[in-house]
Design a protein around this ligand. Structure first.
Ligand SMILES: [Zn+2]
Length: 127
C-alpha cells in the first residue's frame, strides 16, 4: 500500500505547487481538509456558484498537471501544439497537455506568446 501511495502523494504535491494560490487553497480546504462549504466560501470570498466554478477549474487544472507529470511533453512539442491551437486543430487531450506544460515550463509561456503574437500580426495584414 505504502509503495503505491507515496509516489502519488509526491505527484499530487508537485501538481499543487503549479496551481494558482486560489486553486491550491480551494483544493486543500474543500477536498483535502473537508472544510464545510460555507467556511470555504467565506475564506475565499465567493458565493456557492463561485465556489463550484473554482472547484471545477482547480480539479481540472490539477488533473491536467498530474497527467502531464506522467507523460510530459517536450518544449518542441509544446511549440507545435501552440501552432496547432492557432489553426484550431488541437484535440482536447493535446490542449490539456499543452496547458499543463505552459504552467510548469520556465521558457515556453513567453515563446507561446511570441508565436501567438506573430500569428495575430500575419492574420491582421491585408494582402
Ligand atoms: Zn517548455
Amino acid at each position: 500500500m505504502r509503495s503505491t501511495e507515496e509516489p502519488r502523494l509526491l505527484e499530487l504535491a508537485g501538481a499543487l505547487r503549479h496551481l494558482s494560490p486560489r486553486q491550491r487553497a480551494v483544493l486543500l480546504l474543500h477536498d483535502l481538509a473537508r472544510m464545510p462549504r460555507v467556511e470555504v466560501e467565506a475564506r475565499l470570498g465567493v458565493g456557492p456558484s463561485g465556489l463550484d466554478a473554482l472547484l471545477h477549474r482547480s480539479r481540472e487544472a490539477a488533473r491536467e498537471l498530474l497527467e502531464a507529470e506522467r507523460e510530459p511533453i517536450s518544449c518542441a512539442r509544446a511549440a507545435v501544439l501552440v501552432r496547432m491551437q492557432l489553426e484550431q486543430e488541437l484535440m482536447h487531450v493535446d490542449r490539456a497537455a499543452l496547458r499543463a506544460h505552459l504552467r510548469t515550463c520556465a521558457t515556453c509561456p513567453s515563446e507561446a506568446r511570441r508565436i501567438r503574437a506573430r500569428s495575430a500580426k500575419a492574420r491582421g495584414g491585408c494582402r
